[in-house]
Design a protein around this ligand. Structure first.
Ligand code: URA
Length: 244
């Protein structure tokens, strides 16, 4: 049974439900059928308190590996909103398959409804705060198709820090030109409302397509189709912070 007291003790049925992505009822059923052990002893109470870090929980003979938080990479399609609920449109949370769902998931940062690409969804509030804070310098890189060709002078204007409509001053940003005059990559360290669209307008241009391609050094999986997601592994999380 539990080895010692711990501030993070939680009920066994809740632990099983969170970690195995099953309902609380199904978790209770496993315990009722005597299919769960804690530190080698069969668990009898749904509400027994366990330490997720210290106690060894086994369900149906398989160790339940504890993960405190989950991090999901979604390739957002156009038409869905980055919110936890919306009265009109589908939200990014509706694209999460049942096996990755948990309480408390939210998108860490917003893309516009018509923007596609990498959205990170998590239940880790502290992590989200870190990657969104301009002070932490986590880069977000976008691929954009513009209505008019980008100019060399735009590269300097972006690097100097544009002032966008309403007088907001942007942090220095990187504009990379490509072989195709209307296609560029833009790297930001912050996320103001419609920022790239407003930056393009500030240099007399307009965005016709926008895709987020990476967060930090973690790139959107090229073989992840739009509308699909997958879990981000621990070693990949480190890539998000690689340059900070
Ligand atoms: N900038 C925008 O204008 N829109 C986005 O969705 C992201 C960055």
């Amino acid at each position: 049974m539990p080895k010692n007291k711990d501030e993070n003790m939680i009920r066994l049925d809740r632990f099983l439900s969170n970690q195995l992505n099953i309902s609380r009822t199904d978790a209770k059923e496993l315990i009722k059928k005597r299919l769960v052990t804690v530190n080698g002893e069969t668990a009898k109470l749904f509400d027994m308190k366990i330490s997720p870090e210290k106690d060894a929980v086994v369900s149906e003979g398989v160790p339940v590996v504890y993960r405190e938080h989950i991090y999901i990479m979604l390739n957002k399609p156009a038409g869905v909103v980055c919110a936890t609920r919306d009265r009109i449109s589908d939200t990014v949370l509706e694209l999460i398959p049942p096996e990755l769902r948990r309480d408390g998931l939210f998108p860490a940062g917003r893309l516009d409804k018509d923007t596609v690409g990498f959205v990170l969804i998590t239940d880790d509030g502290a992590f989200a705060h870190e990657i969104l804070s301009p002070k932490k310098h986590v880069e977000k890189r976008y691929y954009a198709v513009l209505e008019r060709p980008a100019a060399e002078s735009d590269v300097k204007a972006f690097a100097d820090g544009l002032t966008i409509d309403g007088g907001e001053k942007c942090l220095p940003a990187k504009l990379e030109l490509t072989d195709k005059p209307n296609e560029v990559f833009i790297t930001l360290h912050e996320g103001m409302f419609h920022q790239i669209k407003r930056m393009a307008e500030a240099v007399g241009n307009k965005v016709s397509y926008l895709k987020r391609v990476s967060i930090g050094e973690l790139a959107l999986d090229e073989d992840l189709p739009e509308g699909q997601c997958r879990e981000i592994m621990h070693k990949e999380i480190k890539k998000i912070y690689a340059k900070t």
